[in-house]
Design a protein around this ligand. Sequence first.
Ligand SMILES: Cc1cc2nc3c(=O)[nH]c(=O)nc-3n(C[C@H](O)[C@H](O)[C@H](O)COP(=O)(O)O)c2cc1C
Length: 345
Amino acid sequence: MSDRTGTTTLTLAPLHGVTGRILRSAWFRSFGGFDAVMAPFLLAVPGPSAKRNHYRDLVPAEAIPVPLVPQILGNDADSFLSTARALRDAGYARFNWNLGCPYPMVTKKFRGAGLLPYPERVDGFLGRVFADGLFARGEATLSVKLRLGLANPGEILALMPALNRHPLEAVILHARIGTQMYRGSVNLEAFEAAAALSARPLAYNGDITGLSGFMALSERLAGVSDWMIGRGALADPFLPARIKRATAPRGGSGSGPVRFPAAGAEPPAIGSPDWLSSIRVFHDDAYAGYRAALCGPSHVLAKMKELWGYLAPSFPSRRRELGGIPRARSFAEYERAVGAILGRT
Ligand SMILES: Cc1cc2nc3c(=O)[nH]c(=O)nc-3n(C[C@H](O)[C@H](O)[C@H](O)COP(=O)(O)O)c2cc1C
């Protein structure tokens, strides 16, 4: 994901069930700072058996102002290639292979993080994919997103020579192991050990939640210029713009390809009136999108409750009001709860 100019590049991480088409569109109508977005994983399917709606999160391509990189989960190169070809026909040219999904349902089938202990299988898969015309002729590029290992952070060290053998566009490393799921802390020592063995600069992912934490991390991981942020950008959607502004070369606007907030302007502080009014617009946009796309309150409210799970830490003084969100059973109850948090009655 590097723009190869030495500047900081930021990619929105894939969050399956969360950062789908509706939320991505709403997010980019209100906020900026990201240079690219990685879509949540799509299962690799053999061409003819794919139902049309298998691709509905990505096809037709949506109008967001930054490149969208589809991510594919699977361990069979033929299915991967037929899925990538279907997406290429819809206009995509950058793909990502998911080697990080930690759920036992997935890993026990040797998919996602389940492949990390098997460098020879990863090598064989990449060899098949890069031998295919789509990737061999450079019509498409491939990156991988992975963890340090399935059960042991040493697995990445054994895997690195296999990754080094293939012309990957980028390697994005979430600095946890699979069995941690999303718990515990990131392992920076293990990230550094992997970076030392990597033929290309690694992109960093994991627990970037604020500007000061990001600055400390970027000082420690001085060779990293590409970063991926997930939950932190849902808790404070101005975080990418804050990072871009703080790391912009002198004279640059720092706002990335999206000019919001206005070029050079300071993103509003968490909880400030401007921050709240932007969150309100974003919230209402996503809520309207889900109401238009999904059937019935339970599906819509499940999506909105999940979003509030990420936003909640940015409302420390609204803990009592936040309690109303999971309890809401109807649109009216939900809207009352949201009004109490975002200042509407
Ligand atoms: C609900 C949820 C869904 C996720 N779905 C995906 C996915 O589809 N593909 C993927 O590579 N990672 C997925 N991840 C992992 C994130 O992309 C990211 O690696 C992880 O959250 C750490 O980054 P963060 O601390 O910035 O959120 C998911 C994480 C969460 C919490």
